[in-house]
Design a protein around this ligand. Structure first.
Ligand SMILES: Nc1ncnc2c1ncn2[C@@H]1O[C@H](COP(=O)(O)OP(=O)(O)O)[C@@H](O)[C@H]1O
Ligand SMILES: [Mg+2]
Length: 328
């Protein structure tokens, strides 16, 4: 278990990470999501002792990173904007890290294989593409066969095959019981990779929880009803205390249809049945993770599309540690 407790990092007056707390469990991929500039890289650097937090603690199974005897064998990290010596080859680069950490040369060749860059082992790093650089960064994270993997925006610069490869790698490490923490500003990628999510905006926690909590939360469901007598249907639902909304006729719905947000199909079905009302469609949909993410981070973006700044007082609470529902 990794615990981040009240982590704050200030650069002068700029608060990059603001009283951030969350936990990461082994055997799961946790996606660390937030818009650009929200403090993901800073948080990861603080977790790894590469940046000194202004306040707060980060503990890996109860101990701070700096107290680890062989950190590379406990935590493997791929960070944003890593620097490579351009004149070295991939193998030399990894051998230097290995040698400094008591790791065998055999392991260097293993990780070159695992990351699909064995054929480029003798190539100088200045000739590496962004994608190959990411693979090399992952190779160095894997050198110590660590129980914890932290990847900062690992799919940046990767082609679709590379993206799928990172996803499968992350999933397989979690399946082995390791703790995997991956940052991204793209919800679409995390929705297919992560089990849990930690979402931040402007350095603050917006929500954390299993991915299912974000889409299956009542706040993000919507029921659609269609029938020959929309007025009666609308009335019956409103009388039961819901807030149905009439949707104008559209293709396939010549009389329009009715949407009830935050309701469940079974409840609406039951009440319409009790009123003897004929219906032709009753369905339930869940917001996509992308929608939920946009909604959650809307108030924490530095730049927004004009006219979209004051949306229905939907200010996320911070730091309550619960999933999507906790943001109401
Ligand atoms: N070394 C630094 N000095 C000053 N400001 C920084 C530094 N590193 C990051 N920041 C600022 O902190 C905020 C968070 O940055 P960062 O952690 O890189 O966000 P993310 O990784 O989510 O894009 C940004 O506003 C960034 O400009
Ligand atoms: Mg970053």
């Amino acid at each position: 278990m990794i615990t981040v407790e009240h982590l704050t990092k200030k650069y002068g007056k700029k608060v990059a990470v603001d009283d951030l707390s969350f936990t990461l469990r082994p055997g799961a991929v946790t996606g660390f999501l937030g818009p650009n500039g929200s403090g993901k890289s800073t948080t990861m650097r603080c977790m790894l002792g590469l940046d000194q937090p202004t306040s707060g603690n980060v503990l890996f199974d109860g101990k701070p990173y700096r107290e680890m005897k062989a950190p590379l064998c406990e935590v493997g990290a791929l960070l944003d904007g890593k620097a490579f010596h351009p004149g070295r080859t991939a193998r030399q680069h990894l051998r230097i890290i290995a040698a400094g950490n008591g790791i065998s040369r055999k392991r260097v060749d293993e990780v070159l294989e695992m990351t699909g860059i064995a054929s480029a082992a003798k190539k100088k790093l200045k000739g590496f593409s962004l994608g190959m650089g990411q693979r090399l960064g992952i190779a160095s994270a894997l050198l110590g066969d660590p129980k914890v993997l932290m990847f900062d925006e690992p799919v940046n610069g990767l082609d679709p095959d590379g993206v799928r490869w990172v996803r499968e790698l992350a999933r397989s490490f979690a399946a082995e019981g390791r703790t995997v923490f991956i940052s991204s500003h793209l919800m679409s990628e995390m929705s297919v990779t992560a089990d849990d999510l930690v979402i931040i905006g402007k350095g603050k926690l917006i929500a954390q929880g299993p991915i299912s909590a974000f889409t299956q939360s009542r706040a993000h469901t919507s029921v659609k009803v269609e029938g020959p007598n929309p007025t009666q249907i609308l009335q019956a639902i409103a009388q039961a205390g819901y807030e149905p909304e009439f949707r104008q006729p559209a293709e396939g719905y010549p009389q329009g249809w009715i949407e009830i947000r935050g309701a469940q199909r079974s409840e609406i079905g039951k009440l319409l049945y009790a009123r003897n009302l004929e219906i032709h469609e009753l369905s339930e949909s869940h917001s996509s993770l992308e929608d939920v993410f946009m909604e959650l981070t809307e108030n924490s973006m530095d730049y927004r599309v004009a006219g979209n700044t004051e949306k229905n007082g939907n200010t996320p609470e911070t730091g309550n540690g619960t999933a999507a529902e906790g943001t109401r």
